[in-house]
Design a binder for this molecule. Sequence first.
Ligand SMILES: Nc1ncnc2c1ncn2[C@@H]1O[C@H](COP(=O)(O)OP(=O)(O)OP(=O)(O)O)[C@@H](O)[C@H]1O
Length: 211
Amino acid sequence: MLNTHNIYFRYDAENEFHLPDLSLKGGQNLLILGQSGSGKTTLLNILGGLLKPINGEVIIDNTSIYKLYESKLDKFRGNNIGIVFQKPHIITALTVRENLQLAAYFAHSQSGDRIDYILNELDIGHKAQSKIQHLSEGEAQRVSIARALVNSPKIILADEPTSSLDDVNSHRVMELLMEQAGKMDAVLIVVTHDQRVKNHISNRITVGVKK
Ligand SMILES: Nc1ncnc2c1ncn2[C@@H]1O[C@H](COP(=O)(O)OP(=O)(O)OP(=O)(O)O)[C@@H](O)[C@H]1O
């Protein structure tokens, strides 16, 4: 489902990264660990089709994603990759439902029917008409997860998804991510420093800086 080969990226002479090869099947989870500045978010962005590596390949479902033209890559990303960012990338002036409709629209997907299902699965169905700015932090993070899942991605990438949550919500968010990834037979990759998250996933790699 997800394979990477020989990925190399550099921002500058101080920050260059040779990233470990990955090979994950649907339903498998992976935790990415490493010190601050070691390149975890960089790796996640490369896996998510957001940052083209200087060398190497990211292959998702037999497609080498950086060989796609930009517009095709955008569409491929929308349909196949769900990203949960550290700070929710949701539009606060819109309602919960509108944010999810927008995600489905950008992927040109017919996921409209899934919106209610996903919101209910994440226990925020009753907030569908609420503006994001009126939600609690935990609820907003669940909307961010719902948005990442609405197009039934094959790959779910989550960058510190629990960093601003209390213990109860942190546990709940990890359970939800793992449960949903399992139901969709998706690959789930989580970057974290959070000890509470480490307890959920035993398959792990540590990335380090090579200068
Ligand atoms: N656009 C950029 N230009 C130059 N350097 C960058 C850029 N983005 C990140 N870096 C540097 O690359 C290194 C890796 O950044 P990255 O965000 O991948 O680390 P990280 O492991 O996710 O860190 P943290 O755990 O603190 O979030 C850092 O030293 C950072 O300063």
